[in-house]
Design a protein around this ligand. Structure first.
Ligand SMILES: [Zn+2]
Ligand SMILES: [Zn+2]
Length: 104
């Protein structure tokens, strides 16, 4: 995309040149044109949060009900409404079993 040096309007391409409705013309820059096509795609890079849990979590001593391992990752999460207190969840470091602190 190119804007007119004279009046600031958006210019149109015509015969390899930029043409403005005010009559101003200039040579088209092929390199600049290539960059324009990549814009607007930044939104598509969605961050996948589902794997974040497995990185850099704190571990604590907690007994896994599945495999009796005594080390688990833990994190706080609000389950229902925002006015309810957060619940602590554990994820076993051995078998990836997930359970709530309340379940004990
Ligand atoms: Zn113009
Ligand atoms: Zn386990």
């Amino acid at each position: 995309m190119e804007f007119c040096d004279e009046c600031g309007s958006m210019m149109k391409t015509e015969n390899g040149s930029w043409i403005c409705s005010c009559g101003f013309e200039k040579e088209r820059d092929e390199n600049e044109e290539g960059m324009v096509t990549t814009s607007g795609q930044e939104e598509s890079e969605v961050v996948d949060v589902s794997d974040v849990e497995d990185q850099g979590r704190p571990t604590t001593t907690a007994q896994c009900p599945e495999c009796d391992n005594d080390q688990a990752y833990w994190y706080m999460q609000q389950i229902r409404a925002a006015d309810e207190s957060e619940t602590r969840f554990f994820v076993c470091t051995e078998c990836d079993h997930k359970w709530r602190e309340d379940d004990h």
